[in-house]
Design a protein around this ligand. Structure first.
Ligand code: NAD
Ligand code: WQD
Length: 338
C-alpha cells in the first residue's frame, strides 16, 4: 500500500517524501509542477536511494486522478497541492478558490470513489485570523482570514470536517503549519520561489547570495520586544517528521483531528536576520520599511497537543534552519536547474 503525496515536488512535499521513504513508506507523487520542478523528486531519489512514481497530474483533473488511484494501491493521501502566495491570491481570488478548493473537492470525490478515506491536509496558522493573542491553540475559534489564500485553508478545513461528520469511516488530520523555513541538510532540496520572494527567509537568503540588494523589514513599530513582527519559524525537516506521525495517527484513528505544527517560540524579523548572520558569517543589509498590509504583530503556536497526542515536537533550532537554508541557497542560487 502506498501514500499518495499531492504537491509532492514542492518545498514541504519533497522534504516530507524523504522522511516518508526513510520511515519505510511507499509513496506516489502527483504534481502539476505549477510551482515546482520534477528535479526535486529526482533529488529525493538521490537522497534516499529509493525509487517512486512521479506523475504529472493536476488535482482538478478527475479522470487522471482516477487513473492514478486505479494504477496504485493507495491507502492514504497527504495533500500539499495548492497555490500559496498571499499577495497573488488577492489579485487572483478565483484561481485560488478553483485550484485549492475546487481541486480538493475533486481529489476528495475520487478518494471516496476508490474507498480511500484517510487524508492529512496542509492547513496554516493563517486560519486563526487576527483576533487571538499568541500562543494559538487548536481550541481557538478560527476565521477572519485576511486574504483569499487563507480563506481557502479555512474552507477546506470545514469541507473536511463536514466529510467526517457525514461518514464515520473518514480519517482527517488537519495540520496547521506556522512558518516553515530551512532545507534538507544535504543541500539538494529546498525552497525555490519564483520571482521576488514573499516570505522572509527566502528573501534573506537571496540577499546573502547576491540576488537582492537588501532586505526591507516591514515595520519596526509593532508591540513586540524589538518592534518587528514575531513568528514561529519551524524547520521544514521537523514539519516533515510531523507528517509521518500524523499519517500514522490518521491511519489508526477515525474522525477529524487538528494539530498545530510549530516550535512554540516567537522569533522577530531582526532575530532571524541575526541568526542567519551568525550561522553564515554573511552580513544582511536591511532597511526599515512600512508595515505590510495584513500582517499581525505576533504569531506563535501552542504545540502541546501535538506533543501530548502525537509525541511530536520540533527538535531543530533557527540556527540549524539558517545553516541548511544557506547550504541549499549557495549551491542552488537559481533553484532547480541542474
Ligand atoms: P509549494 O508551492 O512548494 O508546493 C505546492 C506544490 O503543489 C507545488 O509543487 C505545485 O506545483 C503543486 N500544485 C499546485 N497546484 C496544484 C494542482 N492543482 N495540482 C497538482 N499540483 C499542484 O508550497 P509548499 O510551501 O511546499 O506548501 C505546501 C502546502 O503547505 C500548500 O498547500 C501550502 O498552502 C501549505 N502551507 C505552506 C506554508 C509555507 O509557508 N510554505 C505554510 C502553511 C501552509
Ligand atoms: C514573516 C515576517 C513580515 C518579508 C506567510 C503567510 C502564511 C503562511 C506562511 C502559508 C513578517 C516580515 C517578510 C520581507 C519582512 N503561508 N517580512 N520582510 O506573513 O508570517 O506568513 O507565510 O500558509 O499564511 O501569510 O510569513 O515570511 O511572509 O513574514 O520584514 O521581505 O517577516 O512582515 O513579520 P507570514 P513571511
Amino acid at each position: 500500500m502506498a501514500v499518495l503525496v499531492t504537491g509532492g515536488a514542492g518545498y514541504i512535499g519533497s522534504q516530507t517524501c524523504v522522511h516518508l521513504l526513510e520511515a519505510g513508506k511507499e509513496i506516489v507523487v502527483i504534481d502539476n509542477f505549477s510551482n515546482s520542478s520534477p528535479l526535486s523528486s529526482q533529488a529525493v531519489k538521490e537522497i534516499t536511494g529509493k525509487d517512486f512514481p512521479v506523475i504529472e497530474c493536476d488535482i482538478r483533473d478527475e479522470e487522471k486522478l482516477g487513473e492514478v488511484f486505479s494504477s496504485y494501491k493507495i491507502e492514504a493521501v497527504i495533500h500539499f497541492a495548492g497555490l500559496k502566495a498571499v499577495g497573488e491570491s488577492c489579485q487572483k481570488p478565483l484561481e485560488y478558490y478553483d485550484n485549492n478548493i475546487g481541486g480538493t473537492v475533486k481529489l476528495l470525490s475520487v478518494m471516496k470513489k476508490f474507498g480511500v478515506k484517510c487524508i492529512v491536509f496542509s492547513s496554516s496558522a493563517t486560519v486563526y485570523g487576527e483576533k487571538h493573542t499568541a500562543p494559538f491553540n487548536e481550541e481557538m475559534e478560527v476565521g477572519g482570514t485576511t486574504n483569499p489564500y487563507g480563506t481557502t485553508k479555512l474552507y477546506i478545513e470545514q469541507i473536511l470536517r463536514d466529510l467526517c461528520a457525514s461518514d464515520s469511516e473518514w480519517s482527517v488530520c488537519l495540520l496547521r503549519y506556522f512558518n516553515p523555513i530551512g532545507a534538507h541538510e544535504s543541500g539538494k532540496i529546498g525552497e525555490a520561489p519564483n520571482g521576488i520572494p514573499n516570505n522572509l527567509m527566502p528573501y534573506i537568503s537571496q540577499v546573502a547570495v547576491g540576488k537582492r540588494e537588501k532586505l526591507s523589514v516591514f515595520g519596526d513599530d509593532y508591540d513586540t520586544p524589538d518592534g518587528t513582527g514575531v513568528r514561529d519559524y519551524i524547520h521544514v525537516a521537523d514539519l516533515a517528521d510531523g507528517h509521518v506521525v500524523a499519517l500514522d495517527r490518521a491511519l489508526s484513528v477515525k474522525g477529524c483531528e487538528v494539530y498545530n505544527l510549530g516550535t512554540g517560540k516567537g522569533v522577530s524579523v531582526l532575530d532571524l536576520v541575526k541568526a542567519f548572520e551568525e550561522a553564515t558569517g554573511i552580513k544582511i543589509p536591511y532597511v526599515i520599511a512600512p508595515r505590510r498590509p495584513g500582517d499581525i504583530a505576533t504569531s506563535y503556536a501552542d504545540c502541546s497537543k501535538a506533543k501530548n497526542v502525537l509525541g511530536w515536537e520540533a527538535r531543530r533550532d533557527v540556527r540549524k534552519a539558517c545553516e541548511d537554508t544557506w547550504n541549499w541557497q549557495k549551491n542552488n542560487p537559481d533553484g532547480f536547474t541542474k
